[in-house]
Design a protein around this ligand. Structure first.
Ligand code: HEC
Ligand code: HEC
Length: 311
């Protein structure tokens, strides 16, 4: 809060009477409202980043490198970019009650990929990362990552993306970009009464209540529940082919399409590919959609592209 107010003052002191529009936008960020209510913000929500820093962070997420003048940085991962597994837009219609079903519907409606990683939109607004069952996959590695976004990013860069850790500057650019993807007050579906309660809280008691009301309206942690591979006798019951097609196109083809996918195992919507998957549906091998979606694959020495399982 202090940093934002201070840098605003230095930058715009000659414009006191008429603060620029960008600043007015800023006050509608959820983080800004939290700060007004007395919350201590992590440093990246309490900093002003330059457009160049944000742009370099975006480039890291989209392309895996950034450019300084004509110089390109070393690629973060040879196998993936963050966009292989994460969206950068909102992906849940109701922020405080995410579900795979509503996310898929939303993905179809907005033509977004449906992916294993949680969207990076609003990642800075969360307070915990790699929650619940990720402990089963990464063990003690998630310990540091759960309460610290920078550690979560490094874990993902090295383990999920099978690449190198970000340098200190790159981490700043990354957080600059992620901070530009913050949840805004207008993204929360607040009633008039709730808005009033939050923006008019003044006593410590009122502020405390407003804080917990506000924090109940978006996700503080993206949950993960790993389930076992469905037993053979339960498969193919009440399956909805329309949903299957949506998952195939919005999710599987995002990585398996031959043009800009991330694997040599390519798939498209052709009958041959689908036949091959169909043939294995009742098997317990990696080509069974029941197995692959629950177990994924693991990177092997000398061949690092792998498939993360779904949560
Ligand atoms: C191969 C897939 C893959 C790639 C590439 C990848 N991630 Fe992830 N990431 C995941 C999965 C799976 C999780 C598990 C937790 C979740 O998102 O729910 C995750 C988790 C995260 C989390 C914690 C999310 C949360 O709320 O728990 C952050 C932050 C993150 N990744 C950032 C990045 C960044 C930044 C990059 C690029 C440098 C990246 N990831 C690349 C798959 C990937
Ligand atoms: C985030 C990217 C990503 C998504 C999304 C994804 N896959 Fe994969 N998948 C991979 C990678 C990488 C491999 C490793 C293949 C390789 O050896 O190159 C793989 C491997 C596979 C394999 C082969 C397993 C083996 O042992 O060779 C199958 C089958 C498969 N995926 C099916 C699917 C299906 C079905 C979906 C959708 C439900 C899906 N994938 C979604 C990245 C992805």
């Amino acid at each position: 809060m202090f940093t934002i107010a201070f840098s605003t003052m230095v930058f715009y002191s000659f414009e006191w009477m008429n603060p620029p529009e960008k600043n007015q936008d800023h006050s509608s960020l959820v983080s800004q409202q939290l700060s007004v209510l007395g919350e201590n913000l992590p440093w990246y929500l309490d900093s002003t980043f330059t457009p160049q820093e944000i742009e370099r962070g975006q480039s890291l997420v989209y392309k895996g490198y950034y450019t300084l003048g004509t110089k390109k940085s070393k690629k973060q991962s040879k196998h993936f970019t963050c966009k292989s597994c994460h969206n950068t837009q909102r992906e849940d219609p109701v922020l405080y009650r995410p579900s795979a079903e509503s996310r898929l519907e939303y993905a179809v409606e907005h033509n977004l990929p449906f992916l294993q990683g949680t969207t990076l939109w609003g990642a800075v607004n969360r307070e915990h990362w790699y929650n619940d069952d990720y402990y089963k996959k990464y063990g003690s590695l998630v310990k540091n990552a759960q309460d610290n976004l920078e550690s979560a990013i490094q874990l993902c860069a090295t383990e999920c993306a099978q690449g190198r850790a970000l340098t200190q500057e790159e981490m700043r650019y990354m957080l600059a970009y992620l901070s530009s993807l913050q949840v805004k007050m207008s993204d929360l579906d607040l009633t008039e009464k709730e808005t009033h309660k939050i923006s008019n809280a003044s006593s410590p008691q009122e502020k405390k209540q407003a804080l917990s009301l506000l924090k109940s309206k978006y996700l503080l942690a993206s949950g993960a529940t790993f389930t076992d591979v469905l037993s053979k006798d339960k498969r193919n019951q009440k399956a909805n082919p329309q949903t299957g097609k949506q998952i195939y196109t919005q999710s599987c083809l995002h990585c398996h399409n031959p043009k800009n996918g991330v694997t040599n195992y390519t798939l498209d919507i052709s009958k041959i590919d689908i036949k091959h998957l169909k043939k294995n549906v009742l098997e317990n091998n990696p080509y069974s959609i029941y197995t692959i979606t629950r177990v994924g694959t693991s990177p092997i020495p000398g061949y690092k592209p792998y498939m993360p399982h779904y949560r």
